[in-house]
Design a protein around this ligand. Structure first.
Ligand code: GDP
Ligand code: MG
Length: 179
């Protein structure tokens, strides 16, 4: 019997990083093939919704926002980040310069959005295209995360479906805690 009184929570998560790192592919993979049909084009950003039947009482709708088509800084990113409760920063293991950009994305993000209480929004780091190489993982990635208040990092592959569920679960758990 369907629980008609299920509580519904809506969490906005943003996926950011340089062009071509795999943001769209990660969202596509996570939303399990329903990407093309549920993918919405809005002003300067796309999003897809992933629904999680979390427990008997709770349904969570994750609104995954993809910073598509304007992977650069400016007035638009502030609008894009607004009301987000978690962020996945993505870089590409085959292009070291995309890791260097992470710092810039992080500064832009933290400058423009925070949780209602003023805390930084929970952030994770995804080293994507791990199916191609893992030899390029930055030696200082742990320190980088500690210094920049990034709560976890993952080696992901949108292609082979590696660590994407785990990464999103981390953000969801934190969004629930802060809710
Ligand atoms: P975006 O610009 O950040 O949204 O990047 P896309 O999702 O469009 O991906 C850019 C390119 O990288 C595409 O050709 C993808 O097929 C490819 N790609 C994305 N993720 C992976 C991955 O995990 N492994 C591999 N091998 N290719 C990937
Ligand atoms: Mg894209």
């Amino acid at each position: 019997v369907a629980n008609l009184h299920k509580k519904e929570l809506n969490f906005k998560l943003v996926v950011i990083g340089d062009f071509g790192v795999g943001k769209t592919s990660i969202i596509n993979r996570y939303t399990d093939g329903e990407f093309s049909s549920s993918y919405k084009v809005t002003i300067g950003a796309d999003f897809a919704v992933k629904t999680l039947e979390w427990d008997e009482e709770t349904r969570i709708n994750l609104h995954l926002w993809d910073i598509a088509g304007h992977e650069r800084f400016g007035a638009l990113t502030g609008i894009f980040y607004r009301h987000s409760v978690g962020a996945a920063l993505v870089f590409d293991l085959t292009r070291p310069e995309t890791f260097k950009s992470i710092k810039k994305w992080l500064i832009d993000l933290r400058k423009k959005v925070s949780l209602p209480g003023g805390l930084a929004i929970p952030t994770i780091l995804l080293a994507n295209k791990g199916d191609i190489t893992t030899e390029t993982i930055p030696a200082d990635i742990n320190d980088f995360c500690l210094e920049n208040n990034i709560m976890a990092w993952f080696i992901t592959s949108a292609k082979n479906n590696i660590q994407i569920d785990e990464a999103m679960l981390k953000l969801t758990n934190n969004a629930l805690r802060n809710h």
